[in-house]
Design a protein around this ligand. Structure first.
Ligand code: PMP
Length: 406
């Protein structure tokens, strides 16, 4: 473990030196999206300045350069997640797209009375696509319940999984509470009961480096924009056998082998799931973002963020009436809280006036808010480029806001 040189790291992110409302920006909304280092910005500019072209079909030089860079990025992503083959990495527009792709393709695997199992901690994007699937197929959606600490109740999972669901779709880390879910256990128990498993890695990938072969997971999805990459690009990892078995999600160019009006045959992996012109610069920049994160090191990131989380939690708990939601034994650098009965939106608005960016509301996890019987929370989420000084600025500003609002 190496102590991070945060001072130096912050210089990689031009946005971190801007001001908001006349105050230095304190960006604590990293769980919504991360900021972008200069190398990633440069990569996108370089693409449009020097080799912007459509991929996979051009004989000319620019097209070949773009294709090579895009496919090299796929290999980088494969290596990062330790997938067996590059064609097990499908480029998507983000986490939501990846989940919808699998849920839609699973129409071919599911029938009336079958069970789809999700958890109480899911983001709406890992709930709604499965509800849509269940509606179309007359399957039943079941939910692994949570406890007040924001952990899944594994004894209940054991009971539900013994009912042999067709697919289990669970988040790796909760975006609203930060809880880390024991997915290795969930995956192995699901497999014992004949279920496929999709893991929503949107919140995990900024903090840890998942090894999809070690996890033995069937599908793993994430988006680049929470990992220092651009928006509009993400990846779906799928085991080769599953991806071969599932039908394509969208039809169009790039995904075919042969088209006649009578019959179309599909391209092989990964193109079968990549209809249309993709986000080419985004795909290339995704690889650069992973290189950047790996150059800092995920072990170092996790250690540093843990100290920030610990420090911020201690400071916040000194504020009268402040209640933290999500106290799982294993959690990442996310703190969701309310102070007395003050509306989270009011706190967020005053914090913004003081230059501090936090998220307020239900965080696309209304069922979690319903569980706690609250309309929403204030959520501060920390990244490796945040500092203890920023935590202090945040806590001071929060005290000011609470004083004004009580
Ligand atoms: N799942 C989780 C756990 C998330 O945190 C998010 C992003 N907030 C998503 C899914 C959806 O990601 P995106 O909006 O980038 O598709």
């Amino acid at each position: 473990y190496h102590q991070l040189n945060v001072e130096r790291i912050r210089k990689d992110f031009p946005i971190l030196s801007r001001e908001v409302n006349g105050k230095p920006l304190v960006y604590l909304d990293n769980a919504a999206t991360s900021q972008t280092p200069q190398v990633v910005i440069d990569c996108i500019v370089d693409y449009y300045q020097n080799y912007n072209a459509n991929i996979h079909r051009g004989v000319h030089t620019l097209s070949q350069e773009a294709t090579e860079a895009y496919e090299a990025s796929r290999k980088k992503i494969q290596q990062h997640f330790n997938a067996k083959h590059p064609h097990e990495i499908i480029f998507t527009s983000g986490t939501t797209h990846g989940i919808n792709l699998v849920a839609s393709a699973f129409e071919s695997q599911i029938g009336k009375g079958d069970i789809v199992l999700i958890s109480a901690l899911e983001h709406h994007s890992n709930i709604v696509p499965w509800q849509m699937l269940c509606e179309k197929t007359d399957a039943t959606l079941e939910v692994i319940p949570m406890n007040t600490k924001g952990e899944l109740i594994l004894s209940e999972f054991d009971k539900l999984v013994s009912k042999q669901p067709k697919i289990v779709a669970v988040t790796h880390i909760s975006n609203a509470l930060g809880s880390i879910i024991p997915i290795k256990y969930i995956i192995s128990e699901s497999h014992k009961n004949g279920a496929a498993v999709l893991i929503d890695g949107a919140q995990a990938c900024p903090h840890i480096k998942p090894d999809v072969q070690d996890l033995d997971v069937d599908f793993y999805v994430c988006g680049a924009h929470k990992i220092c990459g651009p928006t509009g690009i993400g990846m779906l990892y799928g085991k080769e056998a599953w991806l071969n078995k599932l039908p394509p999600y969208q039809g169009g160019g790039e995904m075919i082998a042969e088209v006649t009006f009578e019959k179309t045959t599909y391209a092989g992996l990964p193109h079968k799931f990549e209809a249309g012109t993709p986000n080419i610069s985004g795909g290339i920049a995704f690889g650069v973002a992973l290189d950047y994160m790996n150059s800092i090191g995920f072990e170092n990131i996790a250690q540093y963020e843990a100290t920030l989380l610990h420090y911020a939690t201690e400071q916040l708990l000194q504020i009268d009436g402040l209640k933290i939601y999500g106290t799982a034994a294993e959690k990442t650098s996310v703190i969701s809280f309310n102070v007395d009965n003050i509306h989270p939106y009011d706190i967020g608005t005053i914090l913004d006036k003081l230059g501090i960016a936090v998220r307020t509301g239900h965080h696309c996890t209304q069922p979690i808010m319903d569980f706690y019987n609250i309309p929403g929370t204030v959520r501060a989420s920390f990244s490796f480029y945040n500092t203890k000084e920023e935590v202090d600025l945040f806590v001071t500003a929060l005290k000011k806001a609470v004083m004004m609002l009580s």
